[in-house]
Each structure stands twice: as C-alpha cells, then as structure tokens.
Design a protein around this ligand. Sequence first.
Ligand SMILES: Cc1cc2nc3c(=O)[nH]c(=O)nc-3n(C[C@H](O)[C@H](O)[C@H](O)COP(=O)(O)OP(=O)(O)OC[C@H]3O[C@@H](n4cnc5c(N)ncnc54)[C@H](O)[C@@H]3O)c2cc1C
Length: 542
Amino acid sequence: MSEAGSKPIGAASMDVVVVGGGFAGLYMLHKLRGLGFSARVFEAGSGIGGTWFWNRYPGARVDIQSLEYSYQFDEELQQEWQWSERYAPQAELLTYANHVADRFNLWPDIQLNTRVTGAHFNEDTGRWAVETDKGDEVTCRFCVMATGCLSAPKGDAELPGSETFRGDSWHTGRWPEAGVDFTGKTVAVIGTGSSAIQAIPIIAAQADHVTVFQRTPNFSVPAHNGPIDPAVVADWEKNRDAYRKEARETGFGIRYVSMGEQAAHEATPEEQKAAYEERWRYGGFALLGAYNDLILDRDANATAAKFVHEKIHEIVKDPQVAEKLSPKTYPIGAKRICVDTGYYATFNRDNVSLVDLTEEPIETITPAGVKTGVEEYPVDAIVYAIGFDAMTGALDKIDITGRGGAKLKDAWSAGPKTYLGLMVAGFPNLFLVTGPGSPSVLCNMAVAIEQHVDWISDCIRWMGDRQARAIEATEDAQEAWVAHVNEVANTTIYPFANSWYLGANVPGKPRVFMPYIGGFPVYRDKCNEVAAKGYEGCTVAA
Ligand SMILES: Cc1cc2nc3c(=O)[nH]c(=O)nc-3n(C[C@H](O)[C@H](O)[C@H](O)COP(=O)(O)OP(=O)(O)OC[C@H]3O[C@@H](n4cnc5c(N)ncnc54)[C@H](O)[C@@H]3O)c2cc1C
C-alpha cells in the first residue's frame, strides 16, 4: 500500500470525492481515473474492502457464490483471480479487494482512517465542500456516496445496561482484526439474522456454552459450501461472458436463482416437494427460484415456507426447539434468506440453548450477563449480532446539505426519497451508489455496484463533455420514482415482514420499503433510457 494515500490531503480541489472504500468506492475510483478525472476516496476504516473489512466474525462469508459475487469490468482480473471456496470467506474477499487496489494502482488516491463528516453544496460555485474528521477541506464538482447499505452497525446501546457488562462484547459488524478465542467461555449471541446464523455454529464448536437469544427466527438454507469444484470453474471460465449476461438478465442478478417457468399452483404437492428438495440439495438462494410466483403470491410462498419448516423439524431433534426456530410470522424471502453451514443442527449440541425473546424479552444487560423477564443468564462474553441501520444509516451520519442549505436528513425525515436510487432532488451533483430506491440489497450487489458506477461515470463524463455545471433530479421525477418503487413492492410479499428493508429493525425509523424490487434488468433498462434521453427527469444547469 502506498503511504501517499494515507496522509490527510488538507485543503484541496478536485473533480470528484468518493466516500467509502468498499467494492463500490474502489471501482468508482478506477472508472473516474480512467476518464481522466481527479478523485479521492475517503475511507473511515484503516483498510479498504468495506463490508469485508469490518465483518470479520467467525463464519463470515458471501451468500452468493463467489464466481458470481465478483467484479466483471476487467477481463484479465476475471481470468487471474481464483476463488478457493464455493462461498468465499471474509478473509479471501478482503484479499480480493486489496488485490484490485494493487492491480489498478488505486492506493495513491485512497485516504484511510478518515471519516467524512460533512458535505455542503455551494450554489454560487456549483461545487461541494467536503469535510473530514482529519481536518481535510476538499472542494469538488461531484460527490459520490459509496458509503454502503450495511455499513452502519446498530449500537448495543439499544439494549439497556450494555455499558455495565463486565465481560467482553463485540458487534459482528465491528469484529476485532485479531479474532476472538471463545475456548472455555460461556457466550450469549443476541440476534439470529444472517451474521448470527453464520457465526453460531463456529462459536458453539469452540465455547463451553452458547445461549442464543432469538427475537424473530429466520429462514435459512444450506450453503453446501466447500472447496470450489474445478469442473464448475472450468465450465464458468469457458462460458463466463454468457453466464454473466444471463445473471444480469435475472431479477436478482444471480444466474443460479433464475426463476422457474411455472407457478407453484400448477404443480402437485409431490412435484413441489421434489422441486424444493432439488434446490435445497443445490443450496443457497436457489430455493426461491423454484416457481415464478413465490415472491408474488402468499399461497405459493407458503408451500416453500412449509418445506423449510419440515426441514427444520427433520434436522432439529427437540421438536419444541425446532418449532421456535421455524419462522411463522412472515413469508419466506420477505426477509433476506440466510445461507448457512450447519446452523439448525447446532441446536442439537448439548452446549447450545435457545431463548425465545417473544416469551421472555430482554429486560437489561447486567454486569454478569443477560436478564430477561424470566431469568438472568450469566455469561463471559456477548456477541451482538443485531444488524445495521440499513441503506440510510451511513448517510445519516454525514451532515449533507444541498441547495438552500437543506439537510438530507430533513429531506428524508419521512423516509428516503431518491430518483432511481442514484440522485436526490435538491442535492445537485451528488450521486449515491446502490442508494434506497435501487435494487441494491435485493440484487447481487457486485452486479448492482458495477451498473451504478458505470451509470454515474457516464453521467459525469456527459456533464464534462457539455461543460455543464450541475445536474439534479427534479422533484416530479423523484416523486414518480418513489411511487413506482412502493407500487411494485406492494405487488409482492416483501412488505409482509418487519424487515430492515422497511427500516423496521431501527426504533423510530420511518417505515418505507427502501430497495427496488422490480428486478435488475427492468431497473437497468430504465436507467439506460433516462441517460439516452439526455438524463430525463433531471435539470441540467449550464
Ligand atoms: C456480513 C455481510 C455479508 C454480505 N454478503 C453479501 C453477499 O453475499 N452478496 C451480496 O450481494 N451482498 C452481500 N452483502 C452486502 C455488501 O455490503 C455488499 O455486497 C458490498 O460489499 C457493498 O459494497 P459497498 O462498497 O457498496 O459498501 P461497503 O462495503 O459497506 O463499504 C462502504 C464503506 O464506506 C465507508 N464509509 C461509510 N461512511 C463513511 C464516511 N462518512 N466516511 C468515510 N468512509 C465511510 C465504510 O467504512 C465502508 O468501508 C453483505 C453484507 C454484510 C454486512
């Protein structure tokens, strides 16, 4: 890593500031440099890689197969990189991010350990003034927020008494680099979302005892992870372009989740079971693609949910525990399905117990452990797997002001409003990568990120070619897009869960369905159409 990029830049002027050094920020920087723009990435962490830098908890890995969850903008990069496992672990993903930064010599324009605290649009100059916690004051024409959808961990302060706990505690999204040895420890894991489901089997294999505190059970399907199959890799390499294209034509940007042609009710119960069984054996999100109406029709959806309930009861020996682990209050898929390695079977271990927080809610964290309405559970360590203030959390932490000094936080007080998830009315020359209102977390994010970065780069180049000063979404176009995002969401099963897609996991957060569920191809075509029509729905100031 070049040191040049780690020193505060102080007062400076450039074309573009990029906030965030995850997969989005890295590719954004590469594109901008290729187009001849001066740019700098500010990254709060002491390393790049975003999600894969921060989430080092045991078992952290992708839930989309690595062959698909990777950049595709550079042919040689694709050819030279080899994944070791079907679902790459965090450390390998982090190495991959660093390899990309090395390969494209990105380091000189990346400033680590630097949090952007404010970004203010100056209407007189048509430029943004960006401030950091290291005292940098940078002006730029364009500001790109590559701050991540799942990069603002929810605080353990939400649980009263957490500051009094005498043992060690960690949030899965801020895991120490040195790792944690749970040998001989009694551990509380609070939360049963994706991170907990990946971590619990590994912690349980190490610790003396693990108590899992579950508020809402999640649907989880097996990953069947293991060393990547050389035959699969060979086939992928031979057909990569075609497979990548196929993936980009699926709603979720994932080739192996391509939807079945049939609706669930067109199949007999026996055929349904066989179809689900086949996809369960394949592993991962494939299950949801068994029929074309599983995310649209609640009855169809219930057939897949029932299949997973039966699987949980098959795997978990104690029928009461199995029942508690079976999600019954929302459709399968309405919360992101988890992809696990031995999660349900972990509850057959003698050293693992489950506390159902719907029966005994947590009252407080005590110096000794976790106290519910029923009893106190003394533990040596607490793992907070309580998730993120998704999609808006990282942006909320930055003081962003647009035209007339309006604050983004105020503009979004009733929920985030964007045009295509890319721009916000009243905030000229500000772009969001995978912002609310785009497919983002409902898509293979590697695919979503590249599409956004390409679109933003094209827009910036277009502005440069015309020497135009400012581009901004109109209120009307934004309102129409927000209405469309909601309308599409309401035709699906997604709003039937209290999920982080809706902001329901953060007390006081407005309930708005944030990602766009119309499917990646529909969305991409819309973005392309907007650009082809001279950025329809935007005002462009000369
Ligand atoms: C545990 C976990 C597993 C996941 N697995 C998958 C998966 O399998 N498939 C998938 O498609 N997606 C997955 N995701 C989503 C994942 O976030 C994206 O795939 C992708 O990594 C996002 O990249 P990004 O660059 O947009 O954001 P991030 O990787 O979140 O990077 C954003 C960066 O911005 C920095 N930042 C934020 N605010 C500031 C600020 N004010 N100043 C400076 N820096 C700032 C953060 O420190 C962070 O490093 C997962 C997410 C998590 C948390």
